[in-house]
Structure formats: C-alpha cells, structure tokens
Design a protein around this ligand. Structure first.
Ligand code: COA
Length: 164
C-alpha cells in the first residue's frame, strides 16, 4: 500500500452539508469540468435515492470520495470516484475502489461504472484493476465524447449467493 493510502480513513457521509462540500470539490476537477457538470449537478449525482457516498480523509482533510448505487439492473454501479488533485497517483483511488467493491460484492457479482472516452488515465486505472469494456454510450453526456461502460464480475447473477 502506498503512503497516502495507508493513512486513509473511510466513512459514509449522509449530511447535505458534507455531500454539498464533496460535490463542490469534484466540480472543480476534470472530467466533471470538461463535461460541464457544476456543483449542483454533482450534488444531484451524490444525493439521489439509493446512492451511498463514502468519503476518505487523511488527518481530517478530505482526500476523495466514492458513490455507489445499489438499485436497478446495474446494481453495484459506481457513480463517482474522485481523488483530491494533490493526492492522485498515491493509491487513494485504488483504496476507495477496493472499499466500494468489497461492499458491492457482498450483494451482487457485478461492479459497473462509466468512464469518459477522453479520460485516458482513469481508463488505464480501471483496466489495471480488472475492469473490462462492456459497452459504449455514444455522445452520452456531450457530443464528441462517449461514456464507456466497464464491468468487473465474479460470475453470473443466477449462481451468486449474497453474503448475509
Ligand atoms: C482516476 C482516479 C480515481 C485514480 O485514483 P488515484 O488515487 O489517482 O490512482 P492510484 O494512485 O490508486 O492508481 C494510480 C493509477 O491511476 C491512474 N491515474 C489516473 N489519473 C491519474 C492522475 N491524475 N495521477 C496519477 N495517476 C492517475 C494511472 O493509471 C495510475 O497508474 P500508473 O501510475 O501505473 O500509470 C483519480 O486520479 C481521480 O480522481 N481522477 C480525477 C477524477 C476521475 O477521473 N475519476 C474517474 C471518473 S470515472
């Protein structure tokens, strides 16, 4: 584990104030900037029903967050994964993703996520951690950029046994 990741504390956030602050931080960063998603749209993404947001901090300072969606056909969908700019490349993203996977794999054999076709660093990151390209949503959020649907799976739904 890399040094920054070793000091991480991860806990769920539910208060509107904390969710708004997390939304403001991600809205200042790509890919959300490039996609024209402001703090209000980011807040909707974090606070919609069935979403759970887990925030990582180091020494009390925010380091990033992950939001998962545990309903519908794409149950186990990672809505957002964000690491604070100054902490990227130090294992925080991998730690947050593994935390989310652990939760999701208790309830479902699939983890899904979308990544923008221009977000080459993130695509490399997800591939390295076992995610496979599953579909392409053409011009999904803005014209000229596709959303790539990626999936990591432990097997078919029909033979999956959820953990109690
Ligand atoms: C993509 C992201 C979540 C990865 O988290 P991280 O903590 O930076 O990544 P880790 O340190 O755990 O893993 C490092 C790998 O991430 C990838 N990576 C993606 N963006 C990176 C960045 N800005 N800096 C460093 N590594 C990055 C690289 O593949 C790197 O592996 P490499 O060093 O072998 O090339 C994070 O960089 C981030 O929040 N980026 C902006 C928001 C974003 O794109 N989120 C995903 C939306 S689907």
């Amino acid at each position: 584990m890399m040094p920054a990741a070793e000091k991480l504390r991860i806990s769920r956030i539910t208060s509107v104030k904390d969710l708004r602050a997390a939304a403001r931080r991600m809205a200042l960063s790509d890919p959300w900037l490039k996609l024209g998603l402001d703090a209000a749209s980011c807040f909707s993404g974090l606070s919609a029903p069935y979403r759970e947001t887990y925030a990582a901090s180091i020494g009390g300072a925010p380091a990033g967050h992950v939001t998962i969606n545990m309903s519908g056909l794409l149950r186990g969908y990672i809505q957002v994964l964000f690491v604070a700019e100054g902490l990227r490349g130090q294992g925080v993203g991998e730690e947050l993703l593994r935390f989310a996977e652990e939760k999701i794999f208790r309830a479902s054999p699939n983890v899904f996520l979308c990544v923008s076709s221009f977000n080459k660093g993130a695509i490399r990151f997800y591939r390295k951690l076992g995610y496979k390209l599953t579909g392409r949503l053409k011009d999904f959020l803005v014209k000229g950029s596709d959303e790539l649907l990626m999936r990591k799976t432990t097997g078919p739904l029909r033979t999956f046994k959820p953990m109690k």
